[in-house]
Write a protein that binds this ligand. Structure first.
Ligand code: SF4
Length: 491
């Protein structure tokens, strides 16, 4: 076997409660390398066409990359993939923390989960065994609370993937959560977990990762870390992480505001990276082997809740819903993680219903008497609960903006902000046509992890329309959605 690989895939069947180890084939390594490459190939080969994503026939793939578990910089990502219940096509996400390295240290390069359990279950995976554990005591609990319980039972050296009530109730954009606030799998990976009655995966590994030339790896890693730390914006990155993009998006008029109706937000300073780092941040957090920790753990002043903030979530619960208060945004962000629902899609869905209410497509009989308006965090919280437990209009909201627009009809499709059913991430592209094209051609729908073209576009000019611009866009999609996702390293 090559260095970097453990040489095994773990296949787990939840219906039969059996598992087996399979050899990682040379063909898979040479042609597909890892991460998204493995996931696409396995799903393409094994799923029958037209299956229902929430049926036992669907599978979930957890795929590491060749650098996972080594100390290569920022190599702690895991690709989680499935047939998406939201878009009905291939859907994946990547998730950080320590789960990817932990799977590798259990001896596996990828895990395939198939079938469906007849009662709530969680998996406990070590190099020695796979245990199917009763999850009755954690079913119904929040993802963050569940993570605490699992760590109490199994210790702190575990990797986790957990769903909240959103996944259990089959919210189509439910995610998996790790380490109290890192989310992944926007196209509904948490929903597919829920359909399989799979509450969590816990891994505890201790095996060494084979490396062909350790000395060379150490030298290259040292050089890479030195290079990163010398970058002029390194200090800002570790103090604000992606939150610095609030100010950047405001300056460049791409900050989604009032359901993408506007692209600047008057009170952006109150919720920006500067304010967050000076007044709210208490700890920095990093994924496995990352020298540029971007995790912003904050403690808000009103509710005293610890929450992990990043740009996308703050933009979608802040300006996009007209909310200018960091305490409230922090609480909403925490609850989205606890419910195990993608904050980006949720911010879109709530923005959509508020706009639909204002335009007369929805009335108070459909909202349990709520008068929907932008800028009210309590209304947003009520809607969030309705989505999570599929109450009232929350049942329709749980299907995503594309389905909502199909059901409500009229002109609602014009403000249902999605591509291929996946809600648009937090860059308004009305005045950035290259970014709009990148969203439109991204394979899984509107996701910045594949489509983040906007910084380059603003540098060369948003009004430029040229072959060179399109070629650059295709190249960047190949690098971001191809290379990075296959190597499972952070951008
Ligand atoms: S930059 Fe942030 S998300 Fe990326 S690996 Fe480092 S800590 Fe994780």
């Amino acid at each position: 076997m090559y260095g970097g690989w453990m040489g095994k895939i773990l296949r787990i069947n939840l219906s039969s409660r059996k598992y087996r180890e399979e050899k990682l084939s040379e063909e898979l390594i040479r042609n597909y390398i890892g991460g998204r490459g493995f996931a696409v190939k396995i799903l393409w080969s094994e799923l029958k066409p037209k299956i229902n994503p929430l049926s036992p026939e669907n599978k979930v793939i957890l795929a590491t990359g060749p650098l996972s578990g080594t100390f290569s910089p920022s190599s702690g990502k895991l690709v989680v993939a499935t047939k998406s219940p939201l878009t009905k096509g291939y859907g994946d996400g990547n998730i950080g923390g320590h789960i990817s390295s932990s799977i590798k240290m259990c001896g596996y390069d990828a895990i395939i989960i198939e079938g469906k359990s007849n009662k709530p279950v969680y998996l406990y995976i070590t190099p020695n065994s796979v245990e199917f554990k009763n999850a009755d005591h954690i079913w119904g609990k929040g993802a963050i609370e569940t993570d605490h319980i699992l760590r109490k039972d199994h210790g702190n050296s575990i990797g986790t993937l957990v769903i909240g009530p959103g996944g259990e109730n089959l919210v189509k954009y439910a995610v998996v959560i790790t380490e109290y606030g890192r989310a992944g799998g926007r196209p509904g990976i948490g929903c597919v977990f829920g359909s399989k009655k799979l509450k969590a995966i816990v891994t505890e590994g201790w095996l060494d990762i084979p490396v062909v030339n350790l000395e060379k790896l150490i030298n290259i890693t040292r050089k890479a870390v030195d290079f990163l730390k010398k970058q002029s914006n390194y200090d800002k990155w570790v103090s604000q992480g992606t939150m610095a993009a609030i100010e950047w998006s405001q300056e460049n008029a791409v900050l989604p505001t009032y359901n993408f109706q506007e692209n600047v937000f008057e009170k952006y300073r109150e919720i920006g990276g500067e304010t967050m780092s000076k007044l709210y941040k208490i700890i920095r957090k990093a994924c496995f082997s990352c020298p540029m920790p971007c995790g912003n753990i904050v403690r808000d002043k009103k509710y005293k809740i610890w929450s992990e903030l990043d740009y996308e979530n703050v933009a979608m619960f802040g300006p996009n819903l007209g909310i200018d208060n960091m305490d409230e945004i922090s609480r909403l962000n925490y609850m989205a993680d606890e419910y195990g629902i993608d904050a980006i899609s949720l911010g879109n869905v709530i923005g959509f219903v508020i706009e639909a209410f204002k335009k007369g497509y929805i009335d108070e009989t459909m909202t349990n008497g709520l008068k929907l308006k932008f800028g009210d965090p309590d209304i947003v919280f009520e809607l969030m609960k309705m989505v999570t437990y599929r109450k009232g209009i929350g049942d329709l909201m749980a299907e995503g903006t594309r389905t909502m627009a199909e059901k409500l009809g009229g002109d609602t499709y014009k403000f249902a902000m999605n591509v291929k059913g996946l809600e648009i991430t937090a860059y308004d592209s009305h005045s950035a046509p290259g970014m709009a094209l990148a969203y439109g051609t991204s394979p899984i729908g509107a996701h910045h992890k594949d489509a983040w073209f906007i910084a380059w576009e603003l540098k060369i000019g948003r009004d430029v329309v040229s072959r060179e611009k399109v070629e650059k866009l295709v190249l960047m999609q190949r690098i971001r959605g191809g290379l990075f996702e296959i190597l499972t390293v952070c951008r």
